[in-house]
Design a protein around this ligand. Structure first.
Ligand code: ATP
Ligand code: MG
Length: 142
């Protein structure tokens, strides 16, 4: 059965452009509830570990550079079938291919600077939520 929580990050481009409020409003309108949230500036080690699955890909150094270029905002979100629902709400990796009304269509600049992250599986949602938050910092899901 699909889980009901996922992990998102409002990335440094959207945070720096003061789009956090608009993005959170869009997600809340889509029925997501915030279970944990913080503002932070990731270190190179943190960003490298978070995206370790992409180590060796040509865009990896640029990705780590971008994710550490300014503050970002990780959040644990709750909704039925949360992983698929959030991937739908954020849109395709490349904003040029993202559907109308998605976060990336509205706020992403490019495939690299694409405004928001979302977990891609229930397993990664749990792993990524624990990467940023202690269990005691995450509200109980309903
Ligand atoms: P995310 O994991 O950030 O939610 P995603 O799951 O849509 O994004 P991934 O394939 O996991 O996409 O890639 C992780 C991130 O690496 C992308 O969000 C993007 O910022 C960057 N990225 C991926 N492919 C490219 C590329 N070809 N050129 C530049 N950046 C890329
Ligand atoms: Mg991904």
């Amino acid at each position: 059965m699909a889980g009901n929580t996922t992990l998102t990050i409002i990335k440094p481009d959207a945070f720096g452009n003061a789009k956090t409020g608009k993005i959170i409003a869009l997600l809340e309108e889509r029925g997501f509830r915030i279970l944990a949230s913080r503002v932070m500036h990731m270190s190179k080690d943190q960003a490298g570990e978070f995206y370790a699955v992409h180590k060796g890909r040509p865009f990896y150094p640029e990705l780590v550079e971008f994710m550490t270029s300014g503050p970002c905002m990780p959040m644990v979100l709750e909704k039925d079938d949360a992983v698929a629902a959030l991937r739908g709400a954020i849109g395709a990796t490349d904003p040029a291919e993202a559907a109308p009304g998605t976060v990336r269509k509205l706020y992403a600049e490019s495939k690299g600077r694409n405004a928001i992250h979302a977990s891609d599986s229930d397993e990664n949602a749990v792993r990524e939520s624990r990467f940023f938050f202690a269990e005691t910092e995450i509200l109980a899901a309903r």
